[in-house]
Design a protein around this ligand. Structure first.
Ligand code: SF4
Length: 183
């Protein structure tokens, strides 16, 4: 019997955490804990704000509470609303069926769950997922997601990695089922 085809788990990562200078201010948020995971995981850089065509540098964004759900707008000019573009890129990314995501904490686009949610006056009224992350979850509710800050906690990190490995293993099982005897 042939050995199953092995592959490293594939994890989408906010590109700024890998050291890419894609933040609104032209900087990055390189994180050594995230980079160290590259020994085991295939880390796939993603920057939704750059990908949807916002420049570097660019005006900062924020998530605003609206009756029809959270919207991402420029802080300085709230007529600029990029919600639909972020959501579309999130849905497209989900179709890649990655094994997990490591996403920048508190980002209006990337945050898994802790982006500040503002009211019309600009006051914080709670927290929310960033709109890119929210759209991924709409397509793939169970995909493991964690922030770089939560990764610092060993228990949460191990739980995330176990979930990622399980998804990658599930894919390998499927690949075995699809193999022909001559593979
Ligand atoms: S938090 Fe997300 S959108 Fe913002 S710079 Fe990093 S990767 Fe890009």
């Amino acid at each position: 019997m042939q050995a199953s085809k092995q592959r490293r788990p594939r994890v989408g990562v906010s590109a700024c955490l890998l050291g890419d200078t894609v933040r609104y201010d032209g900087g990055h948020k390189r994180n050594e804990t995230v980079l160290a995971l590259g020994e085991e995981l295939e880390l796939i850089p993603l920057c939704p704000e750059f990908t949807i065509g916002l420049g570097i540098p660019r005006p900062p964004l924020a998530v605003f509470r609206q009756p029809d759900g959270p919207r991402v707008r420029q802080l300085e000019d709230r007529r600029v609303d990029v919600t639909d573009d972020l959501r579309e890129f999130g849905h497209m990314t989900a179709w890649k069926e990655l094994d997990g995501y490591i996403l920048k904490a508190r980002s209006p686009s990337c945050a898994a769950d802790d982006a500040p949610l503002l009211d019309e006056a600009g006051q914080a009224v709670g927290t929310t997922a960033g709109l890119f992350a929210l759209a991924i979850r709409e397509e793939d509710a169970d995909v493991p997601m964690i922030s770089e800050e939560a990764l610092q906690d060993s228990e949460r990190r191990e739980a995330f990695l176990a979930a990622v490995r399980a998804r990658a293993g599930r894919d390998r099982s499927l690949a075995r089922l699809l193999q022909t005897p001559d593979d």
